[in-house]
Design a binder for this molecule. Structure first.
Ligand code: AMP
Ligand code: MG
Length: 469
C-alpha cells in the first residue's frame, strides 16, 4: 500500500500574505534514519511500510498527494532585539493531519532564508528527534518527531557535515512572532483572522481576545514551570520560538542540566545568559507582554485593553510560581502545598547549588533514601532531611510513589546526545536506538540502561551547545 497522509490545508486557506507557497527542494540520496510509526498511526497516516518512499517524502524529494507546501511568515525579538523579517527559512509546512501540522525542517531555501542555505546537518536533526520525544515521554507539551532522513548531501558549517531533514509534528507553528509580523505591518484585519484561527485551533473555549491572551498565558506558565521541574533549558526563548499552543518548540541549543546551577547557560550564542535556567520564568512573561502588545489594535478601547492585558501579564509570575511550587513539592513527595513547603524546597535547592549536585539523580534518590550520596555537605543535608521527614509524616498520599512518578531516572544527557550524534555521522545508529528506547520510559529504572543515568565525567562534560543551523 502506498503512503497516505490525509491532509487538510487550513493554513494554506488563510490570506496569502501569511506565507509563501514553497515546495521543498529534492535531495540527492535520501535515507530514512528514524520513523515514529506510533505517532504516524495516531495521525491517521497509512501505508508506511516502504522505507524508500518514506525517505522520498520526509526528505522533501517527493511532495505527497494532498500537501500544499508553504513557508510561514513571522517576525520576532531575538535576544530582545526586534527582527521584522524572519519566517521559515529552512522549513516548509506540508499541511495538517488530524489537526496537527506536518513540517519538514532542513528542506531547502524559501523566500525567508535571508543568507541561510535552508539546510540542516544531521546533528541538530537527531538532537531534536531525541529531545522532543524525551520531553513527550516526560509528559511535557512539545512538538513531536515523525521522521529523520539523511540527505546524502553535505552541508557546509565550519566544515562539511552530512545533511539531514527532520519532520516535525506540532499542534501548530503559530508563534508570538506570527502575531508580531502582522502587528508590525499594521495589518489589523490579518491579526483578527489569525486570532480567530488560533482560538478555533487551540482555545475553542476562549470567548474574546482577552480570554485568548489569558489562555496562552496559562498554557505558557505551566509549560515553563514544567521545564524548570526537569532541569530543561530551552536556550533560545526568542518570541519566534514561542508557540501560541503552549508546546515546547524549536529545539536548538537546548539542554538538560546535569549539575544543578540556577544560572546555567549552554548556548554558545547566549553570551549574557538572557536564557539561563532561572531566567526562563521571567523571559516568558516578557514574551507574553510582546504578544499582548500585538493584540491591542483588536480592542475597541485601546487604553482599557492595555490595562486589562497588563493585569494578565503582571499576574503571570504568580501563576508560574504556583506551578513551580506544586511541581517541586511533588518532587519531594508532597501532593498538597502547605505553609513552609516552599522554604523546604528552596533549602534543598540551595544545598544542591552549593554542591553542584546532579539535579536528576538527587531528586531520584530521595525516595530511596540515598540522596545523601549526592550531597557533599552531609550535616546540612541531614538537618534538611529531618525537617523533610517530619513534613512527610503529615502527607496523606504515598510520598514514595509521588516522587517516583515525578522524578525521572532518565533524561537525554548532553554527553549522551553528543555521543549519539558522533556515532550517527559514522553510520552507526545503535546509540540513537538505545537512547530512544531508554527515554521512552523515563520514570522506570531498568538495569540495562543504568549507564545512561550517570552524570558526565569531567572529560565527557558538554560545556556549550549550538544552534541548529
Ligand atoms: P532559529 O534561531 O533556529 O529559531 O532560527 C531563526 C531564524 O533563522 C528562522 O527564521 C529560521 O528559519 C532561520 N534559519 C535558521 N537556520 C537557517 C538556515 N540554515 N537557512 C535559512 N534560514 C535559517
Ligand atoms: Mg526558530
Amino acid at each position: 500500500m502506498s503512503l497516505n497522509i490525509p491532509f487538510q490545508n487550513t493554513y494554506a486557506r488563510l490570506p496569502d500574505r501569511f506565507f509563501a507557497k514553497q515546495a521543498p527542494t529534492p535531495v540527492r540520496a535520501p535515507k530514512l534514519l528514524a520513523f515514529n510509526a506510533p505517532l504516524a498511526a495516531s495521525l491517521g497516516i497509512t501505508g508506511t511500510d516502504d522505507d524508500a518512499q518514506l525517505a522520498q517524502v520526509f526528505s522533501g524529494s517527493a511532495v505527497p498527494d494532498g500537501a500544499e507546501p508553504l513557508a510561514q511568515l513571522y517576525s520576532g525579538h531575538q535576544f530582545g532585539n526586534w527582527n521584522p523579517q524572519l519566517g521559515d527559512g529552512r522549513a516548509v509546512l506540508l499541511g495538517e493531519t488530524n489537526g496537527y501540522d506536518i513540517q519538514l525542517k532542513g528542506s531547502g531555501t524559501t523566500p525567508y532564508s535571508r543568507r541561510g542555505d535552508g539546510r540542516s546537518w544531521l546533528g541538530p536533526v537527531l538532537r531534536e528527534y531525541v529531545v522532543s520525544e524525551a520531553m513527550h515521554a516526560l509528559g511535557i507539551p512539545t512538538t513531536r518527531a515523525l521522521a529523520a532522513v539523511s540527505t546524502g548531501e553535505d552541508v557546509f558549517r565550519e566544515r562539511p557535515m552530512p545533511g539531514g531533514v527532520m519532520t516535525r509534528v506540532a499542534s501548530s507553528h503559530i508563534r508570538v512572532g506570527t502575531f508580531q509580523a502582522l502587528y508590525a505591518r499594521k495589518d489589523v484585519e490579518g491579526l483578527e483572522t489569525l486570532v480567530n484561527f488560533a482560538i478555533n485551533r487551540h482555545y475553542p473555549d476562549a470567548q474574546s481576545v482577552t480570554e485568548f491572551l489569558a489562555s496562552v498565558i496559562a498554557a505558557q506558565a505551566e509549560l515553563i514551570a514544567r521545564w524548570m521541574s526537569v532541569g530543561f533549558i530551552h536556550g533560545v526563548m526568542n518570541t519566534d520560538n514561542c508557540a501560541i499552543s503552549g508546546e515546547t518548540i524549536d529545539y536548538g541549543p537546548c539542554a538538560f542540566m546535569d549539575a544543578y546551577n540556577p544560572m546555567q547557560v549552554f548556548s554558545s550564542i547566549d553570551r549574557h545568559g538572557r536564557y539561563a535556567y532561572d531566567n526562563q520564568p521571567g523571559i516568558i512573561v516578557w514574551n507574553m507582554a510582546q504578544l499582548a502588545t500585538t493584540l491591542v489594535p483588536l480592542m475597541p478601547d485601546g487604553e482599557a485593553a492595555v490595562q486589562s492585558f497588563s493585569a494578565l501579564v503582571h499576574d503571570m509570575p504568580n501563576q508560574i510560581a504556583a506551578h513551580q511550587t506544586r511541581l517541586f513539592a511533588a518532587k519531594i513527595g508532597l501532593t498538597e502545598v502547605r505553609q513552609g513547603d516552599q522554604t523546604l524546597i528552596d533549602d534543598l535547592l540551595d544545598l544542591m547549588t552549593k554542591d553542584g549536585a546532579d539535579f536528576t539523580n538527587t531528586f531520584r534518590a530521595l525516595p530511596a533514601g540515598s540522596a545523601m550520596d549526592q550531597i557533599a555537605d552531609r550535616d546540612t543535608f541531614a538537618a534538611w532531611e529531618r525537617r523533610w521527614s517530619d513534613r512527610l509524616q503529615t502527607e496523606p498520599q504515598n510520598p514514595q510513589a509521588t516522587m517516583r512518578a515525578t522524578n525521572p531516572a532518565l533524561i537525554p544527557r548532553n554527553h549522551r546526545i553528543e555521543e549519539m550524534i558522533g556515532a550517527a555521522i559514522e553510520g552507526d545508529m545503535a546509540p540513537f536506538e538505545r537512547l530512544m528506547a531508554a527515554l521512552a520510559t523515563p520514570f522506570s529504572d531498568p538495569a540495562e540502561f543504568s549507564d545512561l543515568t550517570r552524570p558526565p565525567l569531567e572529560t565527557e562534560r558538554v560545556h556549550q551547545t549550538f544552534c541548529g543551523t
